[in-house]
Design a protein around this ligand. Structure first.
Ligand code: GCU
Length: 138
């Protein structure tokens, strides 16, 4: 299925900085969330049609503690306290994927840290069609 990549360093960052001090990121860097509750990254995502899309967040968490985040679409939390568990180190990235309904046109997809540790380091959001979850058509 077709996918589109949105780099975190190009998104709207609230309480975070663009960084390059670890390896294996894509694009020109990644977002280092400030270690506070409520730090966030918001992507503006274009959808051609309504319905479920897959949202794949590429992240690193070089600690031993989960860095959960709320995922919202256009201001509504669609997945609360999504787990972003430890990766081997800050140079090792993993992908957390969930499905969410988008509306045709522009969508604001925000990932907000829910603990005082802030979010994980965030590299990108890859948006794809979640064909398997769509209602049958005829
Ligand atoms: C370290 C690491 C950062 C990371 C931070 C954190 O400082 O180098 O990339 O963002 O820990 O705990 O969030």
């Amino acid at each position: 299925a077709a996918t589109t990549d949105y780099q975190a360093e190009d998104a709207t960052i609230s309480q975070g900085t663009v960084a390059t001090n670890h390896l294996n990121y894509t694009g020109t860097g990644f977002v280092d969330y400030t270690n506070v509750t409520g730090s966030s990254v918001e992507f503006t995502v274009s959808a051609v049609s309504a319905g479920s899309a897959s949202l794949a967040f590429r992240y690193a968490n070089g600690t031993t503690v989960d860095r959960p985040m709320d995922i919202s679409v256009n201001g509504t939390v669609v997945a609360a306290n999504v787990s972003f568990p430890a990766t081997a180190d800050w140079d090792t990235w993993a992908t957390k994927t969930l499905n969410a309904d988008l509306t045709p046109g522009s969508n604001k997809i925000r990932a907000t840290a829910t603990t005082a540790n802030g979010g994980p380091n965030l590299d990108r959001l890859r948006v794809g069609t979640a064909a398997d979850t769509q209602a049958p058509t005829r």
